[in-house]
Design a protein around this ligand. Structure first.
Ligand code: GLC
Length: 741
C-alpha cells in the first residue's frame, strides 16, 4: 500500500512539474494567439528585431534559447530551388537537392481546372516540406498586361477572375503540408525592366478590378500565410514598405494576419520599413539574382538601425511587436506545428502530377487538314526541327531556375513514344541560346553550332521534303530578353530567324506542326501557311512525354489560353494606350497604365476592326462540342438573390474530351465605362462521345459589380445584363438577358 501511495505521489509530482514546465507557447493545445502572446512576452527587444530580417540569403532567425525555430525561405513557384551558399547566390553544391520541375504557372492557368491547382500545390508543397523549408516564394499572380514582360511565364494570365479561381487551391494545397506560400509580387509588378524604380500610376478601378483580385482571393479565400511585396513603387513609395498597399489594403481592408516579406533587395528605408507594413526584410543590397553586398545583415534597414532608434527612444516597439506577432503566427503554422506531414520528393506521384498538369495545359491553337493527331499508321518518317526540341528549359529564367532530377526533352519524348512505329530525325533549324549554365547550375548540353542560318535552313528543308510529317519546336527560352526575370522582350516576334525557318518548312512539307514553347504571346507571320499550331508552355520534368501524348493523340488537348495572342504588339492596350519603357533607368520612372481596366480581351472586345490572332480562352480539341441554349432560372434578380444559368453541352465527336465552358457577364448600361464583357465563371466538363451534360453557373451580385472609385466601393447597378456562354472570348455560343432590380 505504502509503496503504491509513494509511487502515486512521485508520479503526480513529476507530472505536475512536467505540466508546469511546458510554457504556453510550446503547448499545442493552447489557442494560437495565446501562444503568440506568451512567446512575445518572453523575447528581448534584440531577439524581436533580429526576427524581422534575414541572417543569410534565404533564412531568418528564430529564438535559439526559447527553442523557436528559424524561418527558411525557398524559391520558387515551379519547383524547389537548389541550395545556395549561406551568404552567396552561388550553388552550395549539395547532392540531395535535385527536384521535380512542375509546369510554369501559365500552363497551370491554361488548364482552367482548379483541381489541377490543388494537385500542383499539394505536390510542390510536399517537396518543400521534405526539403525542410518554411515558405515557398510563390505563386506569382501578377496580371499579364503586356506580352513583353519577362516573367509572365511565372504568372496566371490576363484575367483576374481566372487567376483568382486558380490561385486559391494552389495556396490550400501547399499549406496543407505545413509550408507557407508567399504570394507575389504584391503588387503592380507587370514588367521587369526598371522593376526597382518603376512608379506605377494606375486608377483605383484598374487597381481593384484587375490587379488586386487574385491577391485578395489568395489572402481571404486561400488564407495565404505570407505575401511578398514587389520591388516597384506605387504612389512614390516602394511596395516593400507601402502605406497604401500593405497597411490600408492588405492588412486593413483585407484583414491579412500573416507576414509581408520584402522582395530580395526591395527594402530602401528604415522609418518606412518600420511603419509601412513590412514584416521581414530579405536580400537587401542585392539585385535579387546574383549580385550584392556580403555580410550585411546587421546593417539591414530593420537590423541595427532599427534597434538603435528603439534604444534611443526615437521609436516605440508597437510596430515591432506587430511584426513579431505575425512572424510567430507563421512559425506556429509551420515549423512548430507537430501534426504537419513529412512531405516527399521526386516521387512517381509527383512526376505523374507534373505530366497530368502539362497535358491538361497544352493548348491546341490551330488544326486544319487533320495533321494532328499524328497517325502513326501513315506517318513513318517524322522530322523534328528546332532548338527547343532539345534545349533544357528548367535552367535559367531567373529565381525560378531549378536543378532537376530529370527533364525529358520534347525530342526524347517523341522518340520514346513512336519507337518501333516511325523513324525520327532532328534538324537544328536555328541557333538561339547555346548557353548551358545559370547561377552555377549546368545543363550539361553543348548546343554550340557554327553553321550559318542558311545552312541550317537548307538542311532542315532538305530533310523536310523527305519526311511524312514535320514538327517544328521553337519559341522563346529562359535567356535574358526572352522569358527571363529582370528583362523584357523588345518585340512580339520570335528571335533567331525562326520565322524564316518556319516559312521555309511550310513550303517543303504541308504536314507541318509548329509547337511554340513560351510563357508569352508571339507573332505568327506564317500562320496562314501552317496547318497546325500548339502552344506548349514551359512544362517541366515531363515536357517530352506530355507533348508527345498530345501530338500522337494519346491525350486529347483541353487547354485554353489564359491570355490574348494579338496579331501585332500595338493591338495590345499597354502598347496602344498605356506606356511601356524599354530603356533602363536608375532614377524613379513613372509608368502610367493609361488603358485602365481595358487589359487583354477587355481591350480587344472594344476594337471594331482588329481581331486577336488567338483570343483569350481559345483552345481546340480532337473532338467537337455543341452548346445548347443557355437558360436562366429567372428573368430578373434582386441584389440579394442568385441567378442560375444552365447550358447543355454535347460531345459531337468520336472521342472523349474536356471542354471549358466560359461564362462572361455584360452590363448593357452602366454609369461608369465597363468592358463589353468580363469572365465571371468557367467549368471544365469531361464528355464521352455523344454525351451531354448540363453545365450550371450561379450568378450573385458580386459578378455584376464594378468598383466605383469615387465611392471606393463595389457597386452592382440595377439594369439590364447579359450572361454570355462561350468557348472563348470571341466564340460566343449562347446569351441570356436578365435584369438586376
Ligand atoms: C527575386 C525575385 C523573387 C524571388 C526572390 C528570391 O529577385 O523577384 O521572385 O523569390 O528574389 O530569389
Amino acid at each position: 500500500m505504502k509503496k503504491t501511495f509513494l509511487t502515486f505521489i512521485l508520479a503526480s509530482a513529476v507530472s505536475t512539474t512536467t505540466m508546469a514546465q511546458v510554457p504556453v507557447y510550446l503547448d499545442d493545445s493552447k489557442p494560437m494567439e495565446e501562444r503568440v502572446e506568451d512567446a512575445l512576452a518572453r523575447m528581448t527587444v534584440e531577439e524581436k528585431v533580429a526576427m524581422t530580417h534575414a541572417q543569410s540569403k534565404f533564412c531568418s532567425p528564430g529564438v535559439q534559447r526559447l527553442g523557436i525555430p528559424e524561418v527558411w525561405m525557398t524559391d520558387g513557384p515551379h519547383g524547389i530551388r537548389p541550395e545556395v551558399l549561406w551568404d552567396e547566390w552561388d550553388q552550395a553544391g549539395w547532392t540531395n537537392d535535385s527536384c521535380v520541375a512542375y509546369p510554369a504557372l501559365t500552363c497551370l492557368a491554361a488548364t482552367w481546372n482548379p483541381e489541377m491547382s490543388r494537385l500542383y500545390g499539394k505536390s510542390i508543397g510536399e517537396e518543400a516540406r521534405y526539403r525542410k523549408k518554411t515558405v515557398i516564394l510563390g505563386p506569382g499572380v501578377n496580371i499579364y498586361r503586356t506580352p513583353l514582360n519577362g516573367r509572365n511565364f511565372e504568372y496566371m494570365g490576363e484575367d483576374p477572375y481566372l487567376a483568382s479561381r486558380m490561385v486559391v487551391p494552389y495556396v490550400e494545397g501547399v499549406q496543407q503540408n505545413g509550408v507557407a506560400v508567399c504570394v507575389k509580387h504584391f503588387a503592380l509588378n507587370n514588367h521587369e525592366v526598371n522593376r526597382h524604380t518603376t512608379n506605377v500610376i494606375v486608377d483605383d478601378r484598374a487597381l481593384y478590378e484587375i490587379y488586386l483580385p487574385a491577391f485578395k482571393a489568395a489572402v481571404q479565400e486561400g488564407k495565404a500565410w505570407s505575401v511578398m511585396a514587389a520591388y516597384n513603387l506605387y504612389k512614390n513609395q516602394h511596395l516593400c514598405h507601402n502605406q497604401y498597399m500593405l497597411n490600408d489594403i492588405l492588412k486593413g481592408e483585407w484583414g491579412f494576419d500573416g507576414v509581408v516579406v520584402s522582395d530580395w533587395g526591395g527594402t530602401h528605408d528604415t522609418p518606412q520599413a518600420i511603419t509601412n507594413g513590412l514584416d521581414m526584410e530579405f536580400g537587401t543590397w542585392t539585385d535579387g539574382l546574383s549580385g550584392g553586398a556580403s555580410k550585411a545583415y546587421d546593417n539591414y534597414y530593420l537590423a541595427h538601425p532599427y534597434l538603435k532608434l528603439i534604444k534611443e527612444g526615437k521609436v516605440g516597439t508597437k510596430e515591432l511587436d506587430d511584426k513579431v506577432r505575425r512572424i510567430l503566427r507563421l512559425i506556429f503554422r509551420t515549423e512548430m506545428d507537430r501534426n504537419r506531414p513529412y512531405g516527399s520528393m521526386n516521387s512517381e506521384e509527383h512526376y505523374a502530377a507534373a505530366r497530368r498538369i502539362a497535358e491538361e495545359g497544352i493548348v491546341l491553337l490551330k488544326n486544319e487538314g487533320n495533321v494532328l493527331p499524328i497517325d502513326l499508321n501513315k506517318v513513318k518518317k517524322l522530322l523534328v526541327v528546332g532548338e527547343n526540341a532539345v534545349k533544357m528549359m528548367t535552367v535559367g529564367g531567373g529565381s525560378s531556375s531549378l536543378k532537376v532530377q530529370r527533364e525529358i526533352s520534347p525530342l526524347d519524348g517523341i522518340k520514346a513514344r513512336v519507337a518501333g512505329k516511325a523513324e525520327v530525325q532532328w534538324a537544328r533549324g536555328y541557333v538561339g541560346d547555346a548557353s548551358g549554365e545559370y547561377n552555377g547550375v549546368v545543363t550539361g548540353q553543348d548546343l554550340r553550332d557554327n553553321r550559318s542560318p542558311q545552312e541550317l535552313i537548307d538542311e532542315a528543308v532538305k530533310m523536310a521534303s523527305e519526311a511524312d510529317c514535320v514538327i517544328f519546336i521553337g519559341g522563346l527560352n529562359k535567356s535574358a530578353g526572352q522569358d527571363c526575370e529582370d528583362s523584357d522582350r523588345k518585340g512580339l516576334n520570335l528571335s533567331y530567324g525562326q520565322d524564316n525557318v518556319i516559312a521555309a518548312l511550310a513550303k517543303a512539307n504541308k504536314n507541318l506542326v509548329v509547337v511554340n514553347i513560351s510563357g508569352n504571346a508571339i507573332a505568327m507571320p506564317w500562320i496562314k501557311e501552317v496547318p497546325a499550331v500548339v502552344q506548349d508552355w514551359y512544362i517541366g520534368s515531363e515536357a517530352g512525354p506530355a507533348l508527345a501524348a498530345i501530338l500522337m493523340g494519346d491525350a486529347n488537348p483541353s487547354g485554353k489560353l489564359p491570355f490574348t495572342f494579338p496579331v501585332r504588339l500595338e493591338d495590345n492596350s499597354a502598347h496602344a494606350l498605356g506606356e511601356f519603357v524599354y530603356e533602363r533607368s536608375n532614377e524613379v520612372i513613372d509608368v502610367k497604365y493609361n488603358e485602365s481596366i481595358f487589359v487583354g480581351y477587355r481591350w480587344a472586345d472594344k476594337q471594331k476592326k482588329v481581331k486577336p490572332l488567338f483570343p483569350f480562352g481559345h483552345g481546340l480539341s480532337y473532338t467537337t462540342f455543341v452548346y445548347g441554349k443557355a437558360v436562366a432560372d429567372k428573368k430578373e434578380m434582386s441584389a440579394d438573390e442568385v441567378l442560375t444559368i444552365t447550358v447543355p453541352v454535347t460531345n459531337t465527336g468520336n472521342r472523349e474530351g474536356a471542354e471549358v465552358v466560359q461564362l462572361y457577364i455584360s452590363d448593357l448600361k452602366s454609369s461608369l465605362p465597363r468592358p463589353v464583357k468580363e469572365l465571371k465563371g468557367f467549368a471544365k466538363v469531361k464528355l464521352a462521345p455523344g454525351e451531354t451534360k448540363e453545365v450550371t453557373f450561379t450568378i450573385a451580385k458580386d459578378a455584376l459589380s464594378y468598383f466605383d472609385d469615387a465611392r471606393h466601393e463595389w457597386v452592382a447597378e440595377p439594369g439590364k445584363f447579359e450572361a454570355i456562354v462561350a468557348a472563348s472570348a470571341t466564340d460566343i455560343r449562347s446569351k441570356v438577358a436578365f435584369e438586376l432590380k
